[in-house]
Design a binder for this molecule. Structure first.
Ligand code: NOJ
Length: 549
């Protein structure tokens, strides 16, 4: 196991996710662009994050806003050009920021030249690059597999008389990851970006890459409630988390291992015991050359994204159990990570409320492992209110009114009090949201000593400054009534430190006992430096970071 001093940039630092359409527009078309991100890099340096991750910027018909890629080695004109992204990568690096790209290997756009060829005829050399099947005996879809966006996952192609499979929209056909040519083509595209200095990839739906080779029907889900997404009516037994997936992840890792210090993140929504298998502790490759059980080396993703803080009920007992269980399940050498928001989930401040959004910031930035922060959460942004005629997201359009839409968490960043919050001089592609006092702009909150933005800046600074936070151990994790508490210990003998985190996850006063300590920070940004010992009372929805004396 590496010592703190040896830890890598992605272990020490915090990742910041940008949804490029919504961050900063510079050409007045109402959609954010790469030059806009460039113009805001200094904000990110000042905020104190270590890396930016951009949701997809590739040429795309935008059926799923860039998660339908028509060219894996280009940039969509709406965002800019390849030279623009090269300039952005260089500018990020000049400022000491790492640069992570979203990559979408599971499916392409139906407008990708590969798919246009594949659907041209049954004998086309690229036919097998996608998943084609004959109709069932009754002429319907080959089996009961469902799209994640609702409806069948099979679409009929009249010209060639077969169905093709799509985990998401019909405009997003799934690539056939059993085909060696597909793998080689995707690995080449990864190298294209790695050669241009990209420091890592966030691999979209990496746990869905392989589908059952016998196309067996998925079993029904007995817990499915009519009225919820039809995707939930079956269990994705044969369409996700297949054993063969790990060999693909190991190959991706090998592609990246040819470069120095690159990060492989996997987007994975699975229970903890399945999630941690994606670190690749027990190599599951047929190729024994990469199996190195003797040294316990890991062959999978560096960071299988851990979404369990988003998915778990927000109470002290549940979160304490979650942290303990996750830490216990990590294979030797695996580095933990935590995520609190992204472009697919309701905004943090809307899920938990404003007070708990501040407590959540404390928890995210003091747990052991890499935190990932979603743009705008540092402002306490709420879900936007999207009128029916303003809906953009295909997930909402396909299954309206049942809470599938993701537009609310994708509204433009709030920069200042100028028109459209400084996001665009044109008409924004999604409405600018306003509302709660906390949901004010970067400019307003920068001037407010106790704003949530000020809290994030303080927490990020403390995390960078204290080895116990960015590199140390976690201990004494437990719930005391409504208070989640845990300690972080530095293992640096020359500079030992022990920190105690107390997070009141309730809307009531809570009292807990503390050893002699000094207050480093409260989420209300009051009372720093105070000494305490014995009974310690937390305000409703208050968290504190203490240094044990
Ligand atoms: C996961 C992405 O996060 C989501 O936004 C997208 O719609 C699907 N994958 C399909 O690519």
């Amino acid at each position: 196991m590496s010592t703190p001093a040896e830890r890598l940039w992605w272990q020490n630092g915090t990742i910041y996710q940008i949804y490029p359409r919504s961050f900063q527009d510079t050409d007045g078309d109402g959609v954010g662009d790469l030059n806009g991100i460039l113009s805001r890099l200094d904000y990110l340096v000042d905020l104190g994050v270590a890396a930016v991750w951009l949701s997809p910027i590739y040429p795309s018909p935008m059926a799923d806003f860039g998660y339908d890629v028509a060219d894996y080695t280009g940039v969509d004109p709406i965002f800019g050009t390849v030279p623009d992204i090269e300039a952005l990568i260089a500018a990020a690096h000049t400022r000491g920021l790492k640069f992570i790209l979203d990559f979408v290997p599971n499916h392409s756009s139906d407008q990708h030249p590969w798919f246009l060829e594949s659907r041209a005829s049954r004998t086309n050399p690229k036919r097998d690059w996608y998943l084609w099947r004959d109709p069932a005996a009754d002429g319907g879809p080959p089996n009961n597999w469902r799209s994640n966006f609702g409806g069948p996952a099979w679409t009929f192609d009249g010209a060639t008389g077969q169905f093709f499979y799509h985990s998401f929209l019909p405009e997003q056909p799934d690539l056939n990851w059993r085909n060696p040519e597909v793998k080689a083509a995707i690995y080449d595209a990864m190298r294209f970006w790695l050669d241009r200095g990209v420091d890592g990839f966030r691999m979209d739906v990496i746990w869905m890459l392989i589908k059952d080779d016998q196309f067996r029907p998925n079993p029904p889900n007995p817990e499915w409630q009519p009225g919820s997404s039809s995707f939930g009516s079956i269990l994705p037994l044969y369409t996700a988390d297949r054993p063969e997936t790990h060999a693909i992840v190991a190959e991706m890792r090998e592609v990246m291992n040819a470069y120095t210090d690159r990060l492989l993140i996997g987007e994975i929504y699975l229970p903890l015991d399945r999630l941690v298998t994606y670190y690749g502790a027990t190599a599951q490759r047929a190729d024994e050359n990469v199996t190195d059980k003797a040294t316990n080396s890991l062959h999978g993703a560096d960071m299988p994204f851990n979404f369990h803080l988003i998915l778990s009920p927000w109470n002290a007992a549940t979160l304490a159990a979650l942290i303990v269980q996750y830490e216990a399940l990590l294979p030797p050498g695996a580095w933990p990570n935590w995520v609190l928001g992204n472009h697919d989930q309701s905004r943090l401040a809307s899920r938990l409320g404003e007070a708990q959004a501040r407590v959540a910031a404390l928890v995210l930035l003091t747990l052991r492992g890499t935190p990932t922060l979603y743009y705008g959460d540092e402002l306490g942004m709420l879900d936007g209110i999207i009128a029916p005629e303003e809906v953009q997201d295909p997930a909402e359009k396909r299954q309206p009114g049942i809470g599938q839409g993701r537009d609310p968490e994708r509204t433009p960043m709030l920069w200042d009090s100028s028109p459209n919050a400084g996001f665009t001089t044109g008409t924004p592609w999604l409405p600018i949201t306003s509302g709660s006092p906390e949901q004010s702009s970067v400019a307003t909150q920068t001037a407010q000593a106790r704003s949530i933005l000020s809290l994030y800046r303080r927490l990020l600074a403390l995390r960078r400054r204290h080895p116990a936070l960015h590199a140390g151990a976690i201990a004494e994790v437990r719930a005391d009534g409504g208070v989640l508490r845990y300690e972080r210990h530095s293992s640096d003998d020359a500079n030992p430190e022990r920190l105690l985190i107390l997070a009141n996850l309730t809307a009531d006063l809570e009292t807990t006992q503390v050893p002699p300590s000094r207050v480093l920070l409260t989420t209300l940004l009051d009372g720093d430096g105070g000494l305490c010992e014995g009974p310690f009372t937390l305000e409703a929805g208050e968290g504190v970071l203490l240094e044990l004396l």
